[in-house]
Ligand binder design. Structure first.
Ligand SMILES: Nc1ncnc2c1ncn2[C@@H]1O[C@H](COP(=O)(O)OP(=O)(O)OP(=O)(O)O)[C@@H](O)[C@H]1O
Ligand SMILES: [Mg+2]
Length: 365
């Protein structure tokens, strides 16, 4: 599956733009602030119905305008899928697939996307919150039921916290919330663990290849409710923990157990990379994770996702760049950069280079 075409109207700094893509590699070149990331952001929205850099859809409407339109054509299973998203200032965005109104969750049936940006290079070293957000994003894309559970869990967690902060609640009363929290929370834990286990195996192989067998990468689920193959066991343990911490939670006004406290533990040769890894090791681990994600999606749905490399190539050393490039066969790639050397450009065969300036494609080779 791949993007054939995109059309933008009043999107970010683009007044109008329509471009056709190579099924292999598309390179967006331009100085800072010209519209490279905006273009890949538009592709991302067509896959997931939301941006990777803003929570507010309105931010994407061109300054001074009241609506933005994005249209795309994706080629999949030997046919074209036409998607349209209209973002309005004062109402919910509207999505149509092949002319028929659809929900946001219908988009991910079409095309999956993996973004790799300098932000992602930091996944390994930043706070647990960042890693949670990362795995939430990736698992949601593969399993819409995960996203649903996550939305519900977060809502119930907030309600529960508000309630216990009032101090005016007893165990029996709280049980209604706890039952829901446990129901969705255990689903989250279950799917997270399964995802991380698979990601760990694939990324370990990739990491070993990149480092020529010198480094053994391991990723583990690091949660305060231990994982069990049997979801009922997770439910039981979660319930026990909530009961046990009832008085403490009441005193502190927070919920001290649950998947909102989870982390992922990443080690190289059994040493915690977050604490002790060099910057290069942290980046390589992040690269291995990203490439593993592509593989996992391919295994899961039988097709490669589209890959966005936003400003990330220049952050890697030559041998990492080479590894990345040679592992991209069969994946449609959108790469942004302020410049690209002939040496790197020559490594890609079926490529189109788009030169971007002030929200326009001014040259295409
Ligand atoms: N809603 C908007 N309306 C108009 N212009 C916008 C809007 N949002 C952002 N911009 C502008 O669009 C321009 C392009 O931003 P973008 O992030 O796509 O640049 P870029 O080419 O990726 O730059 P860099 O190399 O620095 O990453 C910027 O100058 C930004 O200020
Ligand atoms: Mg950019």
């Amino acid at each position: 599956m791949y993007f054939k075409e995109i059309e933008l109207k009043n999107f970010r700094n683009y007044e109008y733009c329509r471009e056709f893509f190579s099924p292999e590699i598309n390179i967006f070149i331009g100085e800072n602030g010209q519209g490279k990331t905006s273009l890949v952001e538009a592709l991302y929205i067509m896959c997931l119905g939301r941006s990777f850099r803003t929570q507010k859809d309105k931010d994407m409407i061109k300054f001074g305008e009241t609506s933005a339109v994005i249209r795309s054509v994706v080629y999949k299973n030997e046919r074209n899928i036409r998607t349209e998203i209209v973002i309005n200032e004062n109402e919910k965005k509207r999505i149509k697939i092949n002319g028929i109104p659809k929900k946001k969750s219908d988009l991910s049936n079409n095309i999956l996307i993996v973004v790799f940006s300098p932000e992602d290079l930091k996944i390994v070293k930043e706070d647990p919150e960042k890693r949670r957000r990362y795995i939430n994003r990736e698992i949601s894309q593969l399993y819409p039921s995960y996203y649903e559970a996550l939305v519900r869990y977060t809502k119930i967690l907030n309600q529960r916290n508000t309630l216990i902060k009032t101090g005016n609640v007893n165990r029996i009363h709280l049980k209604v919330w706890d039952d829901e929290l446990i129901k969705y929370g255990s689903r989250i834990i279950f799917l997270r663990e399964r995802f991380i286990e698979r990601l760990s195996i694939i990324s370990a192989n990739i990491h070993s290849e990149i480092t020529e067998g010198k480094e053994e990468l391991k990723i583990e689920y690091d949660g305060d409710i231990s994982f069990n193959e049997n979801i009922n066991e997770i439910i039981n343990e979660f319930e026990k923990k909530l009961n046990f911490s009832f008085s403490k939670d009441m005193a502190r006004g927070i919920t001290s157990h649950g998947p909102h406290r989870d982390d992922i533990k990443i080690t190289i040769n059994d040493v915690d990379v977050r604490k002790y890894g060099s910057q290069g090791q942290q980046r390589t681990a992040a690269l291995s994770l990203k490439l593993a994600e592509i593989k996992l999606i391919e295994e899961e749905i039988g097709e490669n996702p589209v890959l966005i490399l936003d400003d990330v190539l220049s952050e890697l050393d030559m041998s990492r760049q080479n590894y990345l490039i040679q592992s991209l066969k069969g994946v449609q790639v959108f790469l942004t950069s302020t410049s690209i050397s002939d040496e790197i450009a020559d490594k890609f065969e079926e490529k189109i280079i788009f030169e971007i300036k002030e929200g326009k494609v001014i040259n295409k080779v």
